[in-house]
Ligand binder design. Structure first.
Ligand SMILES: Cc1cc2nc3c(=O)[nH]c(=O)nc-3n(C[C@H](O)[C@H](O)[C@H](O)COP(=O)(O)OP(=O)(O)OC[C@H]3O[C@@H](n4cnc5c(N)ncnc54)[C@H](O)[C@@H]3O)c2cc1C
Length: 377
């Protein structure tokens, strides 16, 4: 039995599969070694409509929905998770804009973001602790017809390649979200973080020094910035990360199964060794379970349930799928023996990507805190 997607989404899956295998696969190893953001592939994914799957048609998207987005992220990530992570992170700002932006902001930014002609990033995390956004130190104070922002953000995916960045900062007692365009004086990228996995999706630190933004760049109501940020990160970040993890796990499983069928010991394929079959059985079973956990909240979002109603289901999807990806990758490395740790087989690369997903869009422990609160309240 499989999750029933319908004809349109199965066509999308085939199209993304073909793109990923033909265009992304041959470049994955080199891109990862060089930790290089693939602008051309990102642009191509934009032209295929993959960044605009949840954006309304009137703002330049295809409005195919959250299941479609999960399909696209899963298939791209099966081949190369860094690019799936680009779709995941790049989707947060468009979602926040459509949910909370003014009509003028939507018309100005969404069409180009939906086609990946412009790239968006979203910055909540600071050095004081990503799990505790209330401790945020960045500030925005009103000035003339806008705000002046000061502060430092860390661990933010994409700023060095982004055109527009959503930034949350403290405004008095509360927090507000702002749109900062590339080139705004006072916005400076100060570091590219060296990361162990998802290496082609750059992660930066940036500083805001008296960075002035017009009032028109306030995203959502003043004082509601944490709601803007956390809603975007929960729906697009967490569910997206779960889809990246699902694709990563499938990539590991398929690579390990192929290897086990081809590699011969004692005159027969090692796939016949029960010890290895059991590992393959565990991975394939966990992938099936993860698939349902990921696609069900996506489907409910498409049916109109709110981010708030689905927070627990999305946290479960992220928690479980990310654990499955790491276990699948570790098993794949073991099944391949000494070959497993060579770069060519790309299972150690997938293990690094899977581990990176533990903290992205909220840690595994924070997923448990979210679920724990819901089940005990
Ligand atoms: C690849 C990657 C990409 C990222 N991209 C972005 C981005 O685009 N935008 C953005 O804003 N941020 C981004 N982040 C940051 C990410 O959201 C944070 O790393 C994450 O929220 C954790 O914050 P921290 O690293 O400061 O860890 P901390 O919050 O300091 O956590 C440290 C440890 O304490 C545990 N912990 C914290 N609170 C609790 C609790 N209540 N109960 C139990 N355990 C707890 C954590 O699980 C962790 O084990 C990214 C991170 C990574 C790794």
């Amino acid at each position: 039995m499989d999750f029933s997607l319908g004809r349109e989404l199965e066509m999308l899956r085939s199209m993304v599969q073909e793109f990923a295998e033909r265009k992304v696969g041959p470049q994955a190893l080199a891109l990862d070694e060089r930790a290089e953001f693939p602008f051309a592939l990102a642009k191509e994914m934009g032209q295929l409509g993959l960044m605009g799957l949840t954006v309304s048609r009137e703002y330049g998207g295809t409005a195919l929905g959250h299941v479609a987005r999960a399909v696209a992220i899963e298939e791209v990530s099966k081949v190369y998770a860094s690019l799936g992570f680009f779709l995941q992170t790049g989707g947060i700002l468009p979602y926040a804009l459509e949910a909370f932006g003014t009509e003028e902001q939507k018309r100005k930014y969404l069409p180009a973001l939906a086609r990946a002609e412009k790239i968006g990033a979203f910055a909540l995390t600071e050095a004081g602790g990503g799990s505790d956004p209330g401790s945020m130190q960045s500030t925005a104070r009103p000035a003339d017809d806008g705000y002046i922002l000061n502060g430092r953000k860390v661990f933010i995916t994409l700023p060095e390649v982004a055109d527009i960045i959503g930034v949350v900062a403290r405004t008095g007692e509360g927090f507000s979200a702002f749109l900062i365009e590339k080139g705004t004086p006072g916005f400076e990228i100060t570091r590219r973080e060296t990361h162990f996995g998802l290496r082609a999706a750059p992660v930066n630190e940036f500083v805001l020094s008296d960075c002035k933004v017009p009032r028109a760049n306030l995203l959502g109501p003043e004082g509601r910035g944490l709601v803007v940020g956390i809603t975007g990160i929960s729906v697009m970040g967490r569910l997206g990360a779960a889809a990246v993890a699902l694709g990563t796990a499938r990539g590991c499983y398929e690579a390990a199964l192929k290897f086990a069928k081809e590699r011969k010991l004692y005159g027969k394929p090692i796939a016949e060794l029960q010890a290895l079959q059991f590992m393959l059985v565990d991975i394939s079973t966990e992938i099936e379970a993860a698939k349902w956990l990921v696609y069900r909240p996506a489907q409910l979002l498409d049916e109109g349930k709110s981010a708030r109603e689905l927070g627990t289901d999305i946290a479960r999807a992220k928690l479980y799928a990310c654990e499955v990806a790491a276990r699948a990758a570790a098993s794949a490395v073991r099944i391949m023996g000494g070959y497993g740790t060579t770069p060519e087989y790309q299972v150690v690369r997938r293990l690094r990507d899977a581990i990176e997903l533990w903290a992205g869009a909220g840690t595994q422990e924070i997923m448990k805190v979210t679920i724990g609160r819901a089940i005990t309240s």
